[in-house]
Design a protein around this ligand. Sequence first.
Ligand code: TXA
Ligand code: MG
Length: 328
Amino acid sequence: MRILEIRDALSGSHALDEGARILQDGGLVAFPTETVYGLGASALLPAAVARIYEAKGRPSWNPLIVHVASIEQARELASEWTPEAERLAQAFWPGPLTIVVEKRPGIPDGVTAGLSTVALRIPAHAVAEALLRRANIPVAAPSANRSTGVSPTRAEHVKAMMGDHVDLILDGGPTLIGIESTVVDVRDGVTLLRPGGVSRVALEEHVAIRDREAAPDGVPRSSPGQMERHYAPGARVVLFDPDDGDIEVAIRREQGSGARVAVFARTRSIDAADLVLDLPRDSSAYAAALYESLHRMDREAVDVVFIEQVPATAEWEAVRDRLRRAST
Ligand code: TXA
Ligand code: MG
């Protein structure tokens, strides 16, 4: 495994050539996107795709997102490109939105876990875009973490979790958004499958959104990967309300039974724990900091992390989803 630092597409030309060649040859390349680092393989080579599942320990029923360099390339992978797909792609690509459509036959079953649909996205990151253009193939890429673990927002996270399994890590520094893309199914109206980097409010400026349970045919739309426990560090995660008066007591109780305890505070100050991180008040800055903070729990061998709950408002929807899954 090699790590190549790449600060921009121009000076990183050699690294990009190498990454593109490895992808074309069926290897695994971890690369930065604006959301989290992806673990990429050629979406055209079943054996390469199989290596992703093996590296992640990912169940074979959980399909992958295919990353492309242009809307034309996305259309070529779809058997039906709906008006909603076009509208959302025009509005948000490149960007943190993944669009699920009926797939074109010929996309290997491994990519889509045997579903009739494929998830597509153009990432908004200079390194990712340059890599996709050079490789000139669709690239299947889940987040570059072990299945159910915390997604990587830095190359060091990928190295620590997946170092033995990838051929190359392109290190483009910390990712900007810090949580995964929003996933929408656009086959029959627009259904939100996973909240993420594009907010529901932003989507609603372009299309009407339907909830997962309310599909017209009565069959709920779903994303196989939305398993309950997910995004979880080694430590146990406990959420607490900002006005919970007994939280210090709960922390001391954990410490009393020998646990090393951390707190992610946002609005209040708490000094009872072994380690206190103050996370940003702003939702975007919070999202950008969250996964690195969770990875730090693993590095610092924390047993229990108490996380102050964030507001139940639209701008916090994706962060609340990740906190809930991390604490399940
Ligand atoms: O921001 C992101 O989306 C990152 C970067 C690398 O692009 N990728 C990512 O991939 O988060 P992953 O595999 O960790 O999450 C993809 C999600 C899973 O929940 C999966 O079940 C869902 O998308 N998905 C993929 N294909 C699907 C399909 N055909 N239908 C419904 N859901 C799908
Ligand atoms: Mg993931």
